[in-house]
Design a protein around this ligand. Sequence first.
Ligand code: CA2
Length: 145
Amino acid sequence: MKILFLNGPNLNLLGTREPEVYGRMTLADIEAQVRQQAEQLEVTVDFRQSNVEGELIGWIQQAKGNFDAIVLNAAAYTHTSIALRDAISAVAVPTIEIHLTNIHAREEFRHNSVIAPVCRGQICGFGAKSYILGLEAAIDVNDVK
Ligand code: CA2
């Protein structure tokens, strides 16, 4: 099973600024934890970050036929990007929305996710653990039971 992790704008800054909001782990630290867990669960992961909306859309489009699920932290694009939503909807690769923080407990403009209706589910508020829970959910949605 192959799982694509995508990270949106400014997540490359993790661990360097606003530690009181986003914690002290860098994105590379989170990636290392995800890779360790993926090895345990015997799945392959690809882990990418971009500050460019179009690049994220290109990666989502290319996921069709190449990945079994996408785990997506779209960062601020979560709240604004109809283009990302359309891409997720078009490719029909099961997509799990994740966030480090509980977006519903923050500023009102973060409460709405425009991608949520086209994702299989949303995990938010568990810090780096949201990524691990996202990995488990991505495996679960592919389980033939
Ligand atoms: O909680 C999350 O994971 C978010 O997706 C993070 C986004 C935010 O816009 C969403 O509402 C919730 C922000 C990512 C920016 O990360 C930074 C990290 C360090 C310093 C500044 C920004």
